[in-house]
Write a protein that binds this ligand. Structure first.
Ligand code: 5AD
Ligand code: SF4
Length: 435
């Protein structure tokens, strides 16, 4: 039996999809990239903005025909939109076989067992595929849920309050991913750096993961500025495996908006945090999330967001048009007209893109360590995507001279002398050739 997974939304959802895939594979199902080939279709949804939810729902609507084409086909809808709109989904799409909300993802294994209607036999388990393999860069979920209540955000409602996995469980998952081929681990959580378990805090966990066998690189996403303690910064700056790159959502450059959003920091505190991090990690990359058109955002507030982008020179950023989420406090605030939100979005995006491009151009001529994820493609420690001029075997770390900057990627040339070319490998399978 084959299954197909479609994932909407954030890395957390990607990690959840991977986890659910592993459960299905452990029962002997095989993942396929072709929906026509599949018997089970799993749609993992997002509800953070209305647009994401609409896209998933229109795909689910189309699955009615897909399901009718072959008997025995099953459709499973999971994730944040499933949590928020379970009854609605049941009414609108009566052909769905299973709905698993984001709060119940950890019970997916059990629920899927009932759906597939029998337990896997020992024999089947013997033939089980290895869990989602060959991922050079893997995600490991360390916590779920969010204890914040940013006034625009639906996440605390659909994912619930924070729960933390134990350090032992996390290290065991890291070891599993390494066994499957991972060299880079990204720790995941909604406010990942608020992690705590017993005596352990986030900085302790970072150190433990970084010193796990086979882990060459560690990243984490998404941190909250409030929990970017000096200890976390120091750990990042001193532990070599932890990459000097951070995605730190700021949302707005206006104190009035940060307050209305209940973000729990001021612009000045955020700027100071960035100064400290850049001092500790020169050359680090910094990216962010920004919401434009939040209710009550004046032109002056918006200008402050633009001036903060100029001041902090983000390496890249995701700019979101405010989207009303029913049930959140901000849903009761009066909204801006769509045209104004569109216009601010365009202006903000232009500025972020212009700075991002200028910063990528500054990297031209530098030499970077690139962890190869696919034949011609890898990432620097600062999380810049690099297109490499020749094929290199995935999972190698190679020295690459940056020769050009595109809109979203860097172009690079393999430095002579330190490498394993694909064809070199064929001649001499002894592996890494030292410089
Ligand atoms: N409208 C627009 N953007 C939102 N985000 C979260 N909720 C909303 C919303 N209601 C953005 C934030 C967050 C990112 C994951 O999505 O910028 O950091
Ligand atoms: Fe949403 Fe705020 Fe929690 Fe992030 S910290 S998930 S934006 S409530």
């Amino acid at each position: 039996m084959k299954f197909f997974v479609r994932t909407y939304g954030c890395q957390m959802n990607v990690a959840d999809s991977n986890e659910m895939s592993r459960h299905l594979q452990a029962r002997g199902l095989v993942e396929t990239q072709d929906p026509d080939d599949a018997s089970v279709m799993l749609i993992n949804t997002c509800t953070v903005r209305q647009h994401a939810e609409d896209r998933a729902f229109s795909e689910i609507g189309r699955l009615k025909r897909w399901k009718a084409k072959k008997s025995g086909r099953k459709v499973v809808v999971t994730g944040c939109a499933a949590e928020r709109t379970k009854e609605y989904l049941e009414d609108r799409f009566p052909f769905l076989d299973l709905i698993v909300g984001a709060k119940s993802i950890e019970s997916f294994e059990h629920m899927a067992e009932q759906l597939l209607d029998r337990r896997a036999t020992d024999e089947e388990l013997d033939y089980a595929m290895p869990a989602v393999g060959d991922k050079v860069a893997a995600f490991v979920t360390i916590m779920r849920g969010c204890n914040y209540s940013c006034t625009y955000c639906i996440v605390p409602y659909v994912r619930g309050r924070e729960i933390y996995h134990s350090v032992e469980r996390i290290l065991a998952e890291v070891a599993d991913r390494v066994r499957e081929g991972a060299r880079e681990i990204t720790l995941l959580g909604q406010t990942v750096n608020s992690y705590r378990h017993g005596q352990h805090r986030f900085a302790d966990l970072l150190g433990a993961v970084a010193s796990s066998d086979g882990v060459d690189r560690v990243r984490f996403i998404s941190p909250h500025p409030y929990y970017m303690s000096d200890r976390v910064i120091e750990t990042m700056a001193t532990v070599p495996q932890i990459c000097e790159s951070l995605h730190l959502p700021v949302q707005s450059g206006s104190n009035a908006m940060l307050k209305a959003m209940a973000r729990n920091y001021t612009r000045e505190q955020y700027v100071e945090l960035v100064r400290k991090m850049r001092e500790a990690m020169p050359g680090m990359s910094l990216s962010t999330d920004i919401i434009v058109g939040f209710p009550g955002e004046t032109e002056e507030d918006f200008q402050q967001t633009l001036s903060m982008i100029e001041e902090l020179q983000f390496d890249w950023g995701f700019i979101f048009k405010y989207s009303t989420r029913e049930g959140t406090p901000a849903a009761n605030f009066p909204c801006h007209p769509e045209s104004l939100v569109e216009e601010r979005h365009r202006r903000c995006l232009e500025l972020v893109d212009r700075i991002a491009f200028a910063k990528r151009v500054q990297l031209v001529g530098t030499t970077q360590d690139v962890l190869v994820e696919e034949d011609n493609f890898g990432r620097t420690r600062t999380n810049h995507k690099v297109h490499i001029n020749v094929n290199v075997a995935p999972s190698e770390v190679v020295r690459v001279r940056i020769t050009g900057a595109q809109r979203a990627t860097l172009e690079g040339e393999l430095q002579n002398g330190n490498v394993t070319f694909e064809n070199f490998r064929q001649e001499d399978s002894s592996g890494l050739i030292c410089p």
